[in-house]
Write a protein that binds this ligand. Structure first.
Ligand code: SAM
Ligand code: SF4
Length: 333
């Protein structure tokens, strides 16, 4: 008799249907909240999952009920032949939603391929609307490239186009109203992400942290925000919009607002480890067993093990300066 396939439900009744895959630890930017200017030690080429391995793990995850996959990095678009991964990923039966998180630098040249593979959802990280400041934050004079990519994404019918801003006190927090206003004029979903201080980046003292509650207050002073009803797909985002706006505004507050009770995610790191929680260092190795000949069933068990290890909640708060010890670029954010 056929045994019933396990499903990814954790000990706290959360159904884990969302997998974020970091397809590379490499990046062409050096965002000051994510990487030191000299870069981080890179994984050896052979330590990074191959496309075949990524696809195999994605199929297994979908077989276990994952229906949403986001490709991230490092910067996913620096991985060679990136567009070849998409059509195969899109053809996995049962996978309803594939999206990409990118810094936008190489996006323009990839957009048509991404769209023709059937992907319409894209998240673009952008932390300043000022060219010089963008360069200071990312270490690269790339603002115009990102702006053009966003414009083209709109022309090609991507929706939603999410613009993710990590807000840093004293660095870009004076631009939050300008970012929010983008959602009035354009159908963009502007997302304010609380900065998570990283133990790897000692220059990024917790002093740069600014809570989303403060940002919301500042926006309310500009114009009242209307809270939008929660959708099952919202995950950790709390959504608002300005009256009559084409787009919306979202707040992701990992530190000041525990969103763990609605967390439906697992993360697959660039080196093939499953990470049950972004803010805990525990990881389960998939690559080792896979390369040693594990069957799909064995790998399924590791996925189920990751669900079993998902903590009820993280224990960090905005006062922890050494809190995030993993490399965001290898985990995928
Ligand atoms: N390179 C791509 C990008 O920047 O969009 C994808 C990878 S990046 C690690 C994914 C997300 O993590 C980005 O939106 C980035 O802003 C966010 N991120 C990185 N370090 C962070 C930190 N210390 N605190 C909050 N968000 C962070
Ligand atoms: Fe690169 Fe993204 Fe990290 Fe910036 S946030 S350094 S673009 S991985």
């Amino acid at each position: 008799m056929e045994t019933k396939r396990p499903c990814l439900i954790d000990h706290y009744e959360r159904r884990l249907n969302y997998l974020r895959i970091s397809i590379t630890d490499r990046c062409n930017l050096r965002c000051r909240y994510c990487m030191p200017s000299e870069g981080l030690e890179k994984l050896a080429h052979e330590d990074i999952l191959t496309y075949e391995e990524i696809l195999r793990l994605a199929r297994i995850a979908v077989g276990l009920g994952v229906d949403k996959i986001r490709l991230t990095g490092g910067e996913p678009l620096v991985r060679k032949d990136f567009p070849h991964l998409l059509p195969e990923l899109m053809s996995i039966p049962g996978l309803k939603d594939v999206s990409i998180t990118t810094n936008g630098i190489y996006l323009k040249e990839h957009l048509e391929n991404i769209r023709s593979a059937g992907v319409s959802r894209i998240n673009i990280s952008l932390d300043s609307l000022k060219r010089d400041r963008y360069r200071k934050i990312t270490g690269f004079d790339g603002f115009e490239r990102v702006r053009e990519a966003i414009q083209l994404a709109q022309t090609l019918g991507f929706h939603p186009i999410k613009i993710n801003m990590v807000v840093l006190k004293g660095i870009n927090d004076d631009e939050v109203a300008d970012f929010a206003r983008l959602s009035t004029r354009y159908p963009f979903h502007v997302r304010f992400i609380e900065y998570m201080p990283s133990g790897l980046l000692l220059h990024n003292e917790p002093l740069h942290h600014v809570s989303n509650a403060v940002i919301r207050e500042r926006l309310e002073a500009v114009e009242p925000l209307i809270q939008l009803p929660r959708k099952p797909t919202d995950g950790p985002t709390v959504r608002y919009r300005f009256e009559g706006a084409q787009g919306e505004i979202g707040f992701i507050s990992p530190l000041t607002h525990h969103f763990c009770q609605v967390c439906n995610r697992l993360r697959l790191t660039a080196k093939g480890h499953l990470r049950p929680c972004l803010l805990s260092d525990e990881e389960l190795d998939l690559r080792g067993p896979m390369r040693a000949g594990a069957t799909d069933r064995d790998l399924e068990d590791i996925f189920v093990g990751a669900a079993d290890h998902k903590p009820r909640a993280h224990h960090l708060n905005s006062k922890d300066s050494e809190s995030l010890s993993g490399q965001m670029s290898a985990i995928g954010g």
